[in-house]
Design a protein around this ligand. Structure first.
Ligand code: FAD
Length: 380
């Protein structure tokens, strides 16, 4: 389908990213996922594409501009590698970077943002706790005021990059109950009282490490609070918007991968004397998958356009997020059905997408929470 928002620059960017993914990532994706780790050099090579620098000033190592369509292209094309854990491991820094760029004091910002955009270091965003992730306003990790700063106690779990990140943006309670009592802090690995353990044996995203973090009276100086005291909830919510755009576009890319692989299989596979692609039942599956992918693509383009216009369409992002994961869930299932038993085997992109869609449907705001938010945004 022709995209009315395509430009020469965006087409060139897509080609650059596509070539990079095909050469530097896809051939190794299976092995990295099975090994449970990506090589650190990939962070640095990927950084050279500029994809960690959207919306970040050039003096901090960023691109000096933002373009939601390019963000979309990056997520879609990276999905071609067929292993979502690679995107999670690479892009977690971009989820953590925004509060630092927008709200951190210059000392922290100027020191760490260039390290993050260049792929020399990584950062994690730490919101979810053992007691829950959806209800951010009720988080219980506590920051108590002491002379010169704060002492943080509590625990975070399901933290992407938690075992390998150098820097951590942590939500903690500095005030009373509810959303008005939450602040954000900057922590470095190595701080006294800060420990971590790996969460092993996940359903997917194997090459992206996930951790539980423990804070035992960790001292954080005043200047390492990010943004104003008790205003962390808004920063967390704003930050979710671009993370959700990435999940929408990654799911879109992943759905395309599933459909492409299923179509290629249907052309090759002969049953009862004819290729599968000639069977109406299979052709209808392809029509249905394709229609849902096109609709999601068009919706995502409209959202990108709106973001580039200076709006942040929260309701549409929320609706697109659950639409995207529902689309991927449907397409991955139908694509695996077309592949038959072969689709059930490890080492193919459909099998992995089928497993990994669940983390997309739960993380960054679950489908249920997205529906609640969308309806609230509709004024209901
Ligand atoms: C691999 C992985 C990586 C992750 N990475 C990070 C990370 O880097 N940083 C981070 O902070 N978090 C991370 N998360 C956590 C993720 O954001 C949470 O899992 C998510 O927000 C849901 O929180 P929860 O698991 O505690 O579920 P809960 O909040 O306990 O919810 C459980 C279920 O109930 C539903 N539910 C909750 N409340 C309601 C309601 N009011 N009405 C109807 N249904 C409801 C939810 O939708 C969900 O389906 C990660 C999770 C995974 C699996």
């Amino acid at each position: 389908m022709k995209n009315p928002f395509d430009t020469d620059e965006r087409r060139a960017f897509r080609k650059t990213v596509r070539d990079f993914v095909a050469k530097e990532i896809t051939p190794f994706a299976d092995a990295w996922d099975e090994a449970g780790v990506i090589p650190w050099e990939l962070h640095q090579k990927t950084a050279e594409l500029g994809v960690f620098g959207f919306g970040i000033p050039e003096e901090l190592g960023g691109l000096g501009f933002d373009d939601a369509f390019m963000r979309k292209i990056w997520a879609e094309e990276l999905a071609e590698c067929g292993a979502g854990g690679i995107g999670a491991a690479l892009n977690i820094r971009t989820v953590a970077i925004n509060p630092v760029v927008q709200h951190a004091r210059a000392g922290i910002r100027d020191r760490i943002v260039p390290e993050l955009t260049s792929g020399r270091a990584s950062a994690s965003l730490c919101i979810t706790e053992p007691g829950g992730g959806s209800d951010v306003a009720s988080l219980t990790t506590k920051a108590e005021r002491v002379e010169g700063g704060w002492r943080i106690s509590g625990s975070k779990t399901f933290i992407t990059g938690g075992m390998t990140s150098d820097y951590f943006i942590v939500g903690a309670r500095t005030g009373g109950e509810g959303l008005g009592g939450v602040s954000l802090f900057f922590l470095e690995w190595g701080a006294e009282g800060f420990t971590r353990t790996a969460i092993e044996r996940k359903m997917g995203w194997w090459c992206s490490d996930t951790a539980t973090l423990y804070f035992d009276d960790v001292f954080v100086p005043d200047e390492d609070m990010i943004g104003p005291e008790n205003m962390g909830f808004m920063a967390i919510m704003q930050n979710f918007n671009l993370e959700r755009l990435a999940i929408v576009c990654g799911s879109l890319g992943s759905a395309r991968v599933c459909m492409d692989d299923a179509v290629a299989w249907a052309k090759e596979r002969v049953t009862f004397g004819r290729p599968l692609i000639t069977r109406q039942a299979i052709r209808h599956k392809i029509a249905e998958m394709s229609a849902r992918i096109d609709a999601l693509d068009a919706y995502a383009n409209q959202i990108c356009w709106s973001i580039n216009e200076g709006d942040m369409p929260v309701a549409e992002l929320s609706k697109a997020k659950f639409l995207a994961t529902k689309t991927l869930e449907y397409v991955a299932s139908e694509a695996m059905q077309i592949m038959g038993g072969a689709g059930y085997l490890r080492g193919n992109r459909i099998e992995r997408a089928y497993r990994e869609v669940k983390v997309m449907a739960i993380g960054g705001g679950s489908e249920e929470i997205m529906k609640d938010l969308a309806v609230r945004q509709m004024g209901l």
